[in-house]
Design a protein around this ligand. Structure first.
Ligand code: TYM
Length: 336
């Protein structure tokens, strides 16, 4: 039987943090053998907010290398760079023209990011979810594994696909496949180390708010030492008054592979002075193999280029077929 298709991606804005890992990449790795996977580095999305042209290419390599270092296996997955497959931009334009403006104005992430940008909000930031829809729909993805924060964008993708099918397709043959989100229960929303009520995020100016996958052991130790806690003795999950406690226990469970019940039992009597070193050691040990593999990949000259080159070829073949189907449905004169 043909395996179902998965597509997902991460923006190359600096480093990846453990929210990206537990919310997305770890799930890609765990489920990869069940699917035909496409994982892209979404560099076109990275310029929807002001970006640094000096670091964009290097950041793109970093993310691709991290995919591999986290365990993405090329036997099951194609890794490629979004801007290398021009069909993404082209389909985004076609979808733009059938997407009502007010669907985009409703997007929570747009509203949050727009507030931070003040006067400088670009059209690209508003249009970001349409490009994301193009990414997904081009590959006829059945499943899209993401963190909780992307759920609304997935719903929009489904609405855009349904609208295009409805307007230009017929009952027997849908033009675009409607994808489903794949959001894991654990790790779908990792919170900031400095504020347990806000999401861990690459765009938070405070680096102390997140643990990056490539942070040194010393830095991880420092971040956990300084992270926000509370004066209560005994550590418990799910207390609305103690969001930091819930987040740190969750992280301990994710890093150690222990269940919620196991963590709850182990930590119920602990104070922060005992828990923080435990979390630190567990985090450092869990990230070590990823960091070592990452260094190896970066040292192997030419390897990443060859991965991204063959990824582009495979991605292009699939994407161009969908693009052609959409253009035909919209009535375009084929190239002469
Ligand atoms: P990005 O680069 O912001 O995040 C990449 C992935 O990490 C997840 N994530 C989190 N999960 C748990 N806790 C957190 N604190 C946390 N922060 C981020 C995100 O949900 C995401 O899965 N728009 C997307 C990239 C994208 C994409 C796509 C994803 C573009 N095209 C097509 C899937 C399919 C984004 O900006 O992710």
């Amino acid at each position: 039987m043909k395996r179902q298709r998965v597509l997902s991606g991460v923006q190359p804005t600096g480093n990846l943090h453990i929210g990206n890992y537990f919310g997305a990449i770890r799930n890609w790795v765990e489920n990869q053998s069940n699917y035909d996977n496409f994982f892209c580095v979404v560099d076109l999305h990275a310029i929807t907010v002001p970006h640094n042209p000096q670091t964009l290419a290097e950041d793109t390599y970093t993310i691709a290398a991290l995919y591999l270092a986290c365990g993405i296996d090329l036997e099951y997955a194609t890794i490629f760079v979004q801007s290398h497959v021009s069909a993404h931009s082209e389909l985004a334009w076609l979808l733009n023209c059938i997407t009502p403006l007010n669907w985009l104005e409703r997007m929570i992430q747009f509203k949050e990011k727009a507030v931070k940008q003040g006067e400088n909000v670009s059209v690209g930031l508003l249009d970001y979810p349409v490009l994301m829809a193009a990414d997904i729909l081009l590959y006829e993805a059945d499943k899209v594994p993401v963190g909780e924060d992307q759920k609304q964008h997935l719903e929009l993708t489904r609405d855009i696909a349904a609208r295009l099918n409805d307007k230009f397709g017929n009952k027997d043959e849908q033009i675009l496949k409607i994808p489903a989100p794949l959001i894991s229960k654990e790790g779908a929303r990792v919170m900031s180390l400095t504020d347990g009520t806000s999401k861990m995020s690459k765009s938070d100016p405070a680096d102390l708010s997140r643990i990056n996958l490539l942070d040194s052991p010393e830095l991880i130790q420092k971040k956990i030492k300084r992270c926000k806690t509370d004066p209560v003795k005994g550590l418990t999950f799910d207390d609305p008054e103690r969001p930091e406690c819930n987040n740190l226990l969750t992280l301990y469970g994710l890093f150690s592979g222990k269940s919620k019940a196991e963590v709850a039992a182990e930590c119920e009597e602990m104070g922060w002075g005992q828990f923080k070193p435990l979390l630190t050691d567990t985090a450092i040990a869990a990230l070590k193999p990823i960091q070592e593999k990452y260094q190896q990949i970066r040292e192997e000259k030419g390897y990443l280029d060859s991965v991204l080159h063959s990824g582009k070829e495979k991605a292009q073949t699939v994407a161009n077929q969908t693009l052609l189907r959409v253009k035909n449905a919209l009535g375009y004169l084929p190239p002469l």
